[in-house]
Design a protein around this ligand. Sequence first.
Ligand SMILES: NC(=O)c1ccc[n+]([C@@H]2O[C@H](COP(=O)([O-])OP(=O)(O)OC[C@H]3O[C@@H](n4cnc5c(N)ncnc54)[C@H](OP(=O)(O)O)[C@@H]3O)[C@@H](O)[C@H]2O)c1
Length: 166
Amino acid sequence: MILIFAVDNNWNIGFGGKMLADLPEDLKRFREITEGNIVIMGRKTLEAIPGQNPLPNRINILVTRKDKFDNKGFHIINDLDNLLPLLKEINPDNEMEVFVTGGETIVRQLMPYCTKAYITKIDKSFEETDTCIPNLDLDSNWKILNESEVYSQGDLNYKYVDYIRV
Ligand SMILES: NC(=O)c1ccc[n+]([C@@H]2O[C@H](COP(=O)([O-])OP(=O)(O)OC[C@H]3O[C@@H](n4cnc5c(N)ncnc54)[C@H](OP(=O)(O)O)[C@@H]3O)[C@@H](O)[C@H]2O)c1
């Protein structure tokens, strides 16, 4: 599985249910990388998506304990123990990549299965945050594979850093 996240300098990812910054170019890159593949998200991350619809052109897996979720085309997982059997069923030959797209609770549970990470690093320490993911720079099991140039949008600078588990 592959992590794909935008983080600040302290690896924070959100506040009040929203992402920390609105970076259209990063969202475009997210779409390009994940299209044609499988995305896994927690119910709170879905709530941040306008309309709460599945992401188009992707197989969407939603993790929630709510048994009455209106499925709209999601594969619903009520128990993460059912995730690997579902992936085997919908992706038997591993032709599609499987992206863990949020949020914190889902990452922390699926981290052991993740072997790659696409991280958008925003060069700012946001004051108001309530969700974060593990800092891969402090984890010797992970190393940087590629690092982009620095891009700017308004007063925010950011870059794309790809990691691999060693
Ligand atoms: N910066 C980024 O790239 C990025 C990306 C994604 C999300 N985010 C941000 O992250 C924040 C949301 O993260 P979060 O950690 O609060 O929420 P989350 O992980 O998106 O969703 C949590 C929910 O997932 C369900 N869940 C979690 N573990 C489960 C399990 N083992 N079995 C069944 N259901 C399970 C539960 O849903 P129920 O309550 O329905 O049972 C739980 O309340 C938001 O601010 C969002 O904007 C940022």
